[in-house]
Design a protein around this ligand. Structure first.
Ligand SMILES: [Zn+2]
Length: 318
């Protein structure tokens, strides 16, 4: 009676479709095995470069002479997404990728030091959640653009960033969420994804978000705020409206706001808008400046509204 070689891996496992017949190493995640190449792994990851150089421990399981590396604790789908990135550049270069792919690249990219894969994934989150007002203003709509959208993704982006300490994206991600969900009830409820599960925030994230909303709502009507002109601005000597229409517009904007308060802390002043059409061009210029100053000041303080360190100290975990 012949017994299998002690070094032959027992076969209660599934072979992934990523099984390269000329591969030189087997990665095993849960019960799934992937046959890939040391050279590809080593090229992209210092972890695997170092591992390849180590002598194989005696008794290590092999398949067709390839060592089997057990990726204990890693998700099969995460490993699939990582290998797809390594083996298929067009996959990685798509304009938008699913959030699950980006999450896998962040988790495994960081764990095994696949530096480029990690950096590209973080870059996608950062593109849609930038750290400068100029980049925020240049964002195309709708949100997000480099990640494939689905119902509730704005909640999941925050959860992913918090779980992986990608801190620099949080202020803008929170702000996006507050613009998309205008009531505190909606923030608490979350959104049902198409598979029936619910996208929502952790209690800590919810606290940062709701507290930030409250502070921003107050700050936007401060003298220094983007809408401060509703309360604190008055037409100057260069006003060309002798009938008081510029001040009337200001008062009307304040009344409309009080009837229906909304987060406008980073909203621009649109001189062409119907509500502003009675304002003379000199006053439009002053209001635009006041609004632009307010937006800049709000952006500078955006992390602080959510209880986060200032932009300069808001570092991502490497
Ligand atoms: Zn005027």
């Amino acid at each position: 009676m012949s017994s299998p070689s002690a070094t032959e891996k027992k076969t209660s496992t599934t072979r992934s479709t990523m099984w390269h017949s000329d591969g030189s190493v087997i990665l095993q995640a849960q019960d799934t095995q992937f046959r890939v190449h040391w050279s590809i792994l080593a090229l992209n990851s210092t972890f695997f470069r170092d591992l390849q150089g180590l002598p194989q421990p005696p008794g290590q399981p092999t398949i067709d002479g390839c060592p089997v590396i057990d990726l204990a604790g890693d998700d099969v789908t995460d490993v699939e997404y990582l290998l797809k990135a390594l083996y298929s550049p067009p996959f990685l270069c798509q304009k938008a990728l699913p959030l699950a792919v980006i999450a896998a690249h962040i988790r495994l990219g960081r764990k095994y030091d696949f530096r480029e894969v990690l950096d590209l994934a973080v870059e996608r989150l950062s593109f849609d959640n930038p750290t400068t007002l100029a980049e925020y203003d240049a964002l195309p709509a709708p949100y997000p653009t480099r990640i494939l959208p689905y119902d509730g993704i704005e909640f999941d982006i925050i959860t992913l960033a918090r779980e992986n300490a990608i801190m620099s994206v949080l202020p803008c991600a929170y702000y996006h969420l507050l613009i998309l969900h205008k009531t505190v009830d909606k923030l608490f409820e979350g959104v049902q994804r198409s598979d029936g599960s619910r996208a929502s925030l952790s209690l800590n994230a919810l606290r940062e978000c709701v507290s930030g909303r409250d502070k921003l709502m107050h700050a936007q009507l401060d003298q220094q705020g983007s809408c401060g002109w509703y309360r604190f601005w008055a037409p100057g000597s260069d006003c060309t409206n002798s009938n008081g229409r510029c001040a009337q517009t200001r008062d009307a904007r304040l009344r409309a706001y009080l009837d229906s308060p909304a987060l406008r802390a980073l909203a621009g002043f649109d001189p062409q808008h119907e509500a502003n059409k009675q304002v003379c061009s000199a006053c439009k210029h002053h209001i635009s400046q006041s609004n632009a100053d307010g937006r800049r000041k709000t952006w500078d303080r955006l992390p602080a509204f959510f209880g986060l360190p200032p932009w300069g100290e808001l570092k991502d975990q490497p």
